[in-house]
Write a protein that binds this ligand. Sequence first.
Ligand code: ZN
Length: 491
Amino acid sequence: MFIFLNYLIMKNPLYSALFLGLIFFVCSDKLVAQKIEPIPVKQFYKDRVTRNLQFLCKEAECLDNVIVNDKGLYIYPTSQKVNKPEFILYWREMPHFVEMLDKKKTEEIIDILSRKGSHYFYGINNTHVNPAKYPVTEYKGLKVALDPGHIASNFEEARLEQRYVRAEGKHFNQKQHIEFFESNLAYTTCLVLKEMLEKKGAHVMLTHEYGKSAMGINYNEWLQTDYKKDIIHGYKEDWYNREKFEYLMSGQAPDFMLFHDVFRNMDFVARAKKINEYKPNITLVVHYNASEGGKRYGDLYLPPVTENYSMVFIPGSFLGIEIDGQDGLDQRFEMLRLLVTHDLEESDVFASNIIKALNDELKVDALPKENNFDFATRFSILSDKSEGVYHRNLYLTRVVRGPIAYSEALYQDNIEEMAKLGKKDFTIGGIKTSSRVKDVAHVYFSAIDQWLQYNQQFAKQLDALYEDKYGDEDAFKEEMEKQEADSGSNN
Ligand SMILES: [Zn+2]
């Protein structure tokens, strides 16, 4: 009898559910009264996709590439919906897709999706995946990718990348003018933060060495390489038109143009590749902000301003032109990922924590939403969690997998910040910098700490969801089979 039962349990999850039910019945009649509810995978993902969609499409020309219905999610290659959908994910497949993102490269997943078409993933019946991916909740084992903005390690290079501050001493009652550059501040901020996180047990990766691009070379070293192949690569990637391509190839193009149109883009691609290969739980891109429209005068001096604001970019806000057509395939895939995964929500939580910590610890406000800057109105969607947090489809916010915040903390040209940032009163990793970077690093540390606490809460919710609604594993499988039968009759 026992062997027979065992056989039945292995053979058919329905019997094992009945068997477990029998045990429950014997143990407690209270338990048996508890009806196993239908699996809420569908509702869980439908809620998430519906919410995320509001922040992923900036324009109607993007929204009409997406259909969300009772069966699942459909992404179309054009706005007209004249063609077949390019990606189809049924609600029940979504945990499987999320798991796949952890293990496979983009091209592989695109291939799998195109081969499956309107069918279900092969083998999904036999795969028991959790309804949602559990987030990391503690420093132990936490993997953090830090991307220090820009490349320069000296003033000359900083001038080439146009990220430097020079101010007349007279604003600070001194003879000596003030001089510093963003790459130095961003890099040393990351070094301080790395130390703080590692002390707690986290693993931290920086995307580049000081003064080097993520390719491991600086601009001058790049010029010594066969850099024309990169110009050709950029043309194929549509970074510039034919006319500019020919000019870049002619050898007549100025450093400024080669740096910004080719070298810097190569660097972005290399940064994203490094981050994705590292598979971090969270990514922080570190920049320092500056007021818009500060015009240099005299010997390239910047006029100090009295305002001081921060902003943080997170994924989303795709434009119609980015999503539509043959060239938009990669972008449509990233939109699919951002619709289905927890990445967008977690990015928003992380970014909102940064804005809050900047405010609490440094008394620097979020960029007020009334300041309708061009980028905000044309390319961004304001987060509904915090002022100063903008969904924006930048290269890094789009292609980096997992939660990401692209931070632009405080105005470097604010008069008080200028005085602090101009001081070379702190050294880390052999790099002289301003001790102000320690304050900013602490802000990021606090934001990551808060994000871990959010994850703890979220994990508890998942536990509750799983226990209340899913019952035991066999009941889960049984329900899966039932849904499979249902959807089969619908097709
Ligand atoms: Zn920057």
